[in-house]
Design a protein around this ligand. Structure first.
Ligand code: LLP
Length: 417
């Protein structure tokens, strides 16, 4: 739904240059209909397995985005009291929420229990005991799943791999087995099933199949001792960012390959996609401030920085970069490093990008910026987080105001001891 018409970029039926003129830059833009299509595509692909689709809130936690997905029927995967608050604030019922995370605090656990969430996905025995104690204190009963670390390498960037022994997440299969047995004696909680999430931006079905086989083997081993009702295979489904050498498998390929493993098991399946639903819906718009030439480089310096979109700096991630105007008058192609104003050499959105010759005032588009972009933004260099806008056909509306310096300073005090 991002396309050029008369050489000018549109999001659905809205001309991007209108958005730039109305809201300024840097600016995040999201297409409502891409978001809905992505959600529908993954729900349909897993519907023959009866899967419940839990949107991973950390990928994009704007309350308008969450509200759209709630109306579409999504469940939600959260990792903090803040994410829980966002959902409750827009009226999401607790029974659509799953709470993961290695370091849930006592206060977060209490809030989750009081909100009657579907289950806590526990990551250690200490956490299990604490949840049991709090549930008994509150005279309530809580469902849990155990997050298993299946020791499977997802073949993705090391910073977003989560399912190997090196990673802090989950419990080994052996530990999960022993803890599952112990849950029978804890009367504040009931074991619902097992969970794993092996990493993000996974582009092959093989590691999933290995991880799911581990979960099913574990469930079968326990079957006669303790009932296991569900398995949750996490998120991580890769999306095309534009530089892949091997094509990313279609989402139905994932679900079809899982089918034979899940048949005859009578387990409720949960999945937790974040990026798959939100990444391609969003872009970051930025104005070109300066062109600077060094001996062997052209730097295109834009008004967005690594604080606004950290993925390239954190993981060396590739995002396709283009311009709002197709620049048909210019034939000259130049090679640029597209960089931001932040005082770090890693503040670079793309190296050696071939673009039609740029001039000051051009608008630059960083594509596929709907997941882990706005949600990872920060105030480094006292920069203000950008505004966010939602587009549906030819309508658009602000869904997050641009921050002001007063917003930031209101958190600070002048104290001299
Ligand atoms: N479930 C759990 C337990 C997770 O930890 C995550 C992501 C997801 C689901 C959703 O994964 P997805 O479908 O979005 O890949 N900031 C990194 C990604 C970190 C992912 C953290 N966990 C990035 O920008 O690539």
């Amino acid at each position: 739904m991002y396309h050029y018409k008369d050489n000018s970029l549109f999001c659905e039926d809205t001309e991007i240059s209108d958005l730039v003129n109305t809201y300024g830059t840097p600016l995040y833009v999201y297409s409502k209909n891409i978001l809905k299509d992505n959600y529908a595509r993954i729900s349909n692909a897993f519907s023959h397995l009866g899967a419940k689709v839990c949107f991973s809130v950390k990928s994009n936690s704007n309350i308008s985005i969450l509200n759209i997905l709630y109306k579409e029927g999504a469940y939600f995967d959260i990792v903090s009291g803040g994410e829980l608050f966002r959902l409750l604030n827009i009226g999401v019922k607790g029974d659509r929420i799953i709470f993961s995370g290695v370091g849930k605090t006592e206060s977060e656990i209490r809030k989750g229990i009081k909100a009657n969430i579907l289950y806590f996905n526990i990551e250690s025995e200490d956490e299990l005991n604490l949840i049991n104690k709090i549930a008994i204190d509150l005279n309530m009963h809580v469902n849990i799943t155990i997050r298993v670390n299946p020791n499977v390498d997802a073949g993705t960037h090391k910073h977003i791999t989560t399912g190997t022994q090196e990673n802090k997440f989950g419990l080994s299969v052996g530990q999960a087995y022993n803890i599952a047995l112990k849950t029978a004696d804890l009367y504040g909680i009931t074991l619902d099933g097992f969970h794993c999430h092996i990493g993000s931006q996974i582009t092959s079905t093989t590691p999933y199949l290995k991880a799911v086989k581990n979960l099913i083997r574990l469930s079968n081993k326990l079957k006669n001792k303790i009932p296991i009702k569900s398995i949750n295979i996490g998120g991580g489904f890769g999306v095309p960012y534009g530089n892949e050498n091997t094509p990313i498998p279609d989402i139905s390929e994932f679900s079809n390959q899982l089918e034979p493993l899940l048949l005859n098991n009578d387990l409720q399946l949960f999945i937790e996609p974040g990026r798959y639903i939100s990444a391609t819906s969003g872009i970051l718009l930025s104005e070109l401030l300066y062109i600077k030439k060094s001996r062997n480089k052209n730097f295109a310096i834009i008004d967005a920085g690594m604080n606004d979109l950290m993925r390239p700096a954190l993981y060396n991630s590739f995002h396709k970069i283009t311009t709002v105007s197709k620049k048909i008058d210019s034939e000259e192609i130049c090679i640029y490093d597209i960089v931001g104003p932040v005082c770090e050499s890693s503040d670079c959105f793309g190296k050696n990008r071939k673009l039609k010759k740029l001039t000051k005032g051009d608008y630059i588009v960083i594509m596929n910026a709907g997941a882990y972009c706005a949600s990872l933004s920060n105030n480094y260099n006292s920069r203000l987080k950008p505004a966010e806008v939602l587009v549906s056909r030819n309508n658009h509306a602000l869904i997050r105001k641009k921050e002001t310096i007063d917003d930031i300073l209101s958190m600070e005090r002048i104290v001299d001891l």
